[in-house]
Design a protein around this ligand. Sequence first.
Ligand SMILES: Cc1cc2nc3c(=O)[nH]c(=O)nc-3n(C[C@H](O)[C@H](O)[C@H](O)COP(=O)(O)OP(=O)(O)OC[C@H]3O[C@@H](n4cnc5c(N)ncnc54)[C@H](O)[C@@H]3O)c2cc1C
Length: 387
Amino acid sequence: MIAPTALFALDTLLTEEEREIRSTVRRVCDREIRPHVAGWFEAGELPARELARTLGSVGVLGMHLDGYGCAGMGAVSYGLACLELEAADSGLRSLVSVQGSLAMYAIWKYGSEEQKQEWLPAMAAGERIGCFGLTEPDFGSDPGGMRTTAKREGGDWVLNGTKLWITNGSVSDVAVVWARTDEGIRGFLVPAGAKGLTVNDVKHKISLRASVTSELVLDGVRLPAEAVLPGARGLSGPLGCLNEARFGIVFGAMGAALDCLETAIAYAADREVFAKPLSSYQLTQEKLADMALELGKGLLLAVHLGRLKEAGTLTPEQVSAGKLNNVREALEIARKCRTLLGASGITLEYPVIRHSVNLESVLTYEGTSEIHSLVIGKALTGIAAFT
Ligand SMILES: Cc1cc2nc3c(=O)[nH]c(=O)nc-3n(C[C@H](O)[C@H](O)[C@H](O)COP(=O)(O)OP(=O)(O)OC[C@H]3O[C@@H](n4cnc5c(N)ncnc54)[C@H](O)[C@@H]3O)c2cc1C
């Protein structure tokens, strides 16, 4: 018997350092996350502060950024960390993605030196948490329509509007909020507890339950002039951050798929049906073979895109291709694995149904599968079919 990843000799594409980082993150997940995550999911809770400190202590928060206490690792290393985190739970990977690729990246890429010094070292250490407020109740796929405004009043900015579906919202020390101004869309650093800011958690989720999702209501939030991110003008600011986070999902989704497939292979070996192991039936083996193929192809694609990112040539269309393919296939793998587990597949005793329902969120956030199809369609035809 070989591991599903061994079929494609994936490790031969990785450096020793990359394999070491993957093992380190896996060990942390085995010790700190896996024993508890089904309980957090069931309760709809996450000890985000403690986890952020743990993850900060092993250097995964903003690990692909340079300086300011960040680890400065390559794209493939970051991707492998996302894979291991999401093999534990998509909610954990979401915490890390939003912290590192959305909130920290926005400050790192577009922030002033003072903003970087103030926030990045503490965020890399997991002592402070960030969130990223782009989506609004009426504008998700079309963020350019946003209604949140920031108006200058004397030397200050005053923000009004509502952001919805904001990961890490109520556990954040700082929110990167995107708002419409006279100069186009700009980003603002809104500290927790700012007067006029109300944060409400989204309840009754049946996906990503081990993740905090919030609404941010900004009612006349007054910020000093230096709260604006000086380097971002227009929608390209937030979209640049989303591209970073989407890259992590290309790897992460395959982590969820791998965990499902490993669980299903072990279950099918143990489970006897009609007096023989489930894994000895041809129908089962065909399912396992098909899933191993899609997993292997998705991992090869992820590593390839990671190498392009490291070379500085990765395009947004290529990230869309990776996100669309790997999340879609991961969801298919999770569903197929669930069938192999029979009734046991619907309980939290096994991780498969949890991954499956989590991946429904991953399919939607960071650009829905439809939006990524349209991005690829535009690249292939030269015609934008969004509107
Ligand atoms: C758990 C979770 C966490 C999230 N975290 C964050 C976060 O931290 N920060 C943040 O800013 N946002 C976050 N989001 C929001 C997420 O990015 C949006 O939900 C997503 O962009 C889709 O927007 P929407 O839900 O408004 O759907 P809509 O945009 O209303 O889309 C509804 C449907 O219409 C389709 N559609 C849209 N446009 C077109 C078109 N032109 N042609 C054909 N079909 C189209 C979509 O693909 C989808 O199927 C999160 C969402 C979830 C579920």
